[in-house]
Ligand binder design. Structure first.
Ligand code: MN
Length: 408
């Protein structure tokens, strides 16, 4: 029996406002082809199918098109658990329909916990492995909070709750596995010591709010552990059979050069043969850092390759170029290159220089920040009056919009 473990597709995700549907579609096509060519029997998707709880129609179309293609392929077992980014109710809405096609979706903790234990069938429909499909465990699913608890106590209870839940589900799997079938566990969580994405500003969104569980909560009799949540492929505590597959797409420019992976598992008896499969890059991402000469030179080089490249540009030159964006737009004008972000370090530094050493942006209110900007640009008193008025109007508008959102 051949199994593939993947996670964190984040369908519908953007990179600096640029939607990534094409890349996701290319990945899903590639995966479907791989399932056919490698004659895969089971697909495990360990959470974060979608990037947010209200995925666009296009993101959902990618999901359903893929599933409908796989449902009629050699892959007769598909198991999907929800991640922290998924809406449990959205995933569960199509659960009964998908079950008809032998696609099992666990969007939230099951009322009857036995439903989280799923038997994988081989080509002749005989039981071949048992999967504990535990979704991302939300605080409210697993513990009863009490008044007066501090964060530390809450966290201890949460981790205890996660541990208990796995214990219960695994016990059911053990009972079902009387024929000594391999036991696979799935999960979407952060294990202590896990590696996160380097120099990527978005990472805290993904890992900051979750409890860190110790890998010791997963007993040795688990034959393979398929985890999602961390976006870098990695083993847990150097164990070959306990892994994060990582995300199929780089989540940001910081990961552009990393190799993305799927994990394939083939059981010989209860022994898993675990292999990594490299996922090709479907969108070239490049970072340029330097003064205008360096930026110009790099863009010319990329243009000569004539590739579809997405760029992140960091301007570090001494010269102040207020129309930097226009200059760069002209450089890439007649090419397939898209500039997703320009970080103008020169301008940033000018603001920062005005701020005393132990002061941070959090110490200033919005009017003080604006006043600093006016100072830096040496705006005259006359001009200040009009600009300040405009600025107050914008602030008022923003506050008004915010209070609108709160009441609806
Ligand atoms: Mn994720």
């Amino acid at each position: 029996m051949k199994i593939i473990h993947t996670s964190d597709w984040h369908l519908g995700r953007s990179l600096y406002n640029r939607k990534r549907y094409e890349e996701s579609a290319d990945f899903l096509n590639w995966l479907a082809d791989l399932i056919d060519s490698e004659n895969i029997d089971a697909l495990l998707i360990a959470g974060d199918v979608f990037d947010n709880s209200t995925p666009s129609n296009r993101a959902q179309e990618l999901y359903y098109s893929f599933l409908s293609r796989i449902a009629v392929s050699c892959c007769k077992n598909i198991i999907i658990i929800a991640g922290n980014h998924d809406s449990p109710s959205l995933l569960n809405a199509s659960k009964d329909l998908l079950k008809v096609m032998n696609i099992f979706v666990i969007g939230s903790v099951e009322e009857n916990i036995e439903n989280e234990v799923i038997v994988l069938k081989d080509k002749i429909d005989l039981p071949a492995a048992i999967v504990c499909a535990v979704p991302y465990l939300r605080d409210k699913d697993i513990r009863t909070s009490e008044i007066g608890e501090d964060i530390g106590q809450k966290n201890i209870k949460l981790i205890e709750g996660i541990k208990n839940h796995y214990h219960k589900v695994l016990e059911i799997a053990r009972q079902k596995s009387s024929a000594s079938l391999p036991i696979i566990a799935m999960g979407h969580l952060f294990t202590t010591g896990g590696k996160t994405i380097k120099d990527d500003g978005v990472r805290e969104l993904y890992v900051g709010s979750l409890a860190h569980v110790n890998s010791s909560i997963f007993p040795d009799y688990i034959d393979y552990l398929a985890l999602g949540h961390l976006h870098i492929p990695q083993k847990i505590a150097t164990r070959d059979n306990m892994r994060y597959s990582g995300s199929p797409l780089p989540m940001g420019f910081g990961e552009a050069k990393d190799i993305k992976k799927l994990i394939s598992i083939e059981f010989r008896g209860n022994n898993p043969i675990v292999q990594e499969i490299e996922i090709p890059s479907f969108q070239r991402l490049e970072r340029i850092s330097g003064d205008l000469n360096v930026i110009q030179k790099c863009i010319e080089d990329f243009k000569s390759i004539n590739n579809n490249i997405w760029l992140e540009i960091e301007y570090t030159g001494e010269e102040i170029i207020p129309n930097l964006k226009t200059v760069i737009d002209e450089l890439v004008n007649d090419s397939d290159i898209e500039v997703l972000r320009i970080n103008n370090k020169r301008i940033l530094r000018r603001y920062i220089e005005r701020i005393t050493e132990d002061e941070t942006l959090d110490d200033l209110n919005e009017n003080q920040v604006f006043a600093r900007c006016l100072d830096v640009h040496e705006i005259t008193a006359d001009e200040r009056l009009a600009l300040n008025q405009c600025y107050q109007e914008i602030l008022f508008d923003l506050q008004d919009k915010n209070s609108d959102q709160c009441t609806h």
